[in-house]
Design a protein around this ligand. Structure first.
Ligand code: BTN
Length: 270
């Protein structure tokens, strides 16, 4: 008799059971949403408490950095948004995306696979991007009201699906299962990721930017490399010197000037 291939569905109880830190956490799972960040923003505005987490099997309008879309097919990957209400100055918000990539790296390494980070927070496996972080925040009167940390991780999406959705850009994208050579248990991965995120949030709260950046630099593949920068309307090449305490990439341009890149995009040239 043929054995049916059962795809694991996300399950809040399974995620909590596999976690050491999520008891009592408000985890909300949806079949399909436009964007988990969008749902969580509504909840945050309505007063949701820190730690509230939105997960979805699929997103119809998953959002990426710089106005891009995030390919979010159903049933195969992780799309999650987590709410923080940190006592931080607005200038300290960008570093939240750094704790997101560190938590993704921890969860990937738990699968026995090495991961690297390309500035700002693209997580790469075998030089292909498998995960990205999108931070959205609200501030008022110089204080941060909330930070939403959204993460998308390609776990089991197949090469064909990437090719048909991303076209020419598919060569730069990957899926963890391709490299791990086994299907990734999404509930276990989600639990490990959320536990690790809580750990790194504590590191940030207690150790500050320096503690986060020290760990981030251990995985960074950008520092010291020649890069092409696309920032607002500008495009230039230079040498990446590293990140500063606010998470900006410092690049030495061809005229020897040091330039800070905070919201742009880079391409590695060597
Ligand atoms: C990037 O461009 O690298 C960031 C991608 C972030 C995608 C995630 S998926 C879950 C959350 N909801 C969204 O709409 N975007 C983020």
């Amino acid at each position: 008799m043929p054995v049916e291939h059962v795809v694991d569905r996300l399950d809040v109880d399974l995620i909590k059971n596999r976690s050491s830190r999520l008891a009592g956490r408000d985890l909300r799972l949806f079949d399909e949403v436009a964007s988990t960040n969008g749902i969580l923003r509504e909840l945050a505005r309505a007063g949701a408490r820190e730690g509230t987490t939105v997960l979805a099997e699929a997103q119809t309008m998953g959002r990426g950095r710089l106005g891009k879309t995030w390919f979010s097919p159903p049933g195969v990957n992780l799309y999650a948004s987590v709410l923080f209400r940190p006592a931080l100055a607005p200038s300290a918000v960008p570093l939240f995306s750094f704790i997101g990539s560190l938590a993704v790296v921890d969860a990937i390494e738990r699968e026995g696979v090495d991961a690297a980070i390309k500035w700002p927070n693209d997580v790469l496996v075998d030089r292909k991007k498998v995960a990205g972080i999108l931070i959205e925040s609200a501030t008022s009167g110089g204080t941060v009201r909330y930070v939403i940390l959204g993460v998308g991780v390609n776990l089991n999406v197949g090469r064909e699906a990437l090719r048909s959705a991303l076209g020419d850009e598919a060569h730069a994208a990957g899926s963890l299962s391709e490299v791990a050579r086994h299907e990734i248990d999404r509930n276990a991965f989600a639990a490990t990721f959320l536990d690790a995120l809580e750990k790194w949030a504590t590191v940030y709260a207690e150790g500050g930017a320096d503690a986060v950046l020290a760990a981030w630099r251990d995985h960074d593949i950008t520092g010291g490399r020649r890069v092409e920068v696309r920032d607002a309307d500008e495009r230039y090449e230079g040498r990446a010197l590293g990140v500063d305490r606010e998470g900006a990439l410092v690049v030495k341009d061809p005229r020897g000037r040091r330039r800070r890149v905070l919201t742009g995009e880079i391409r590695l040239l060597d």
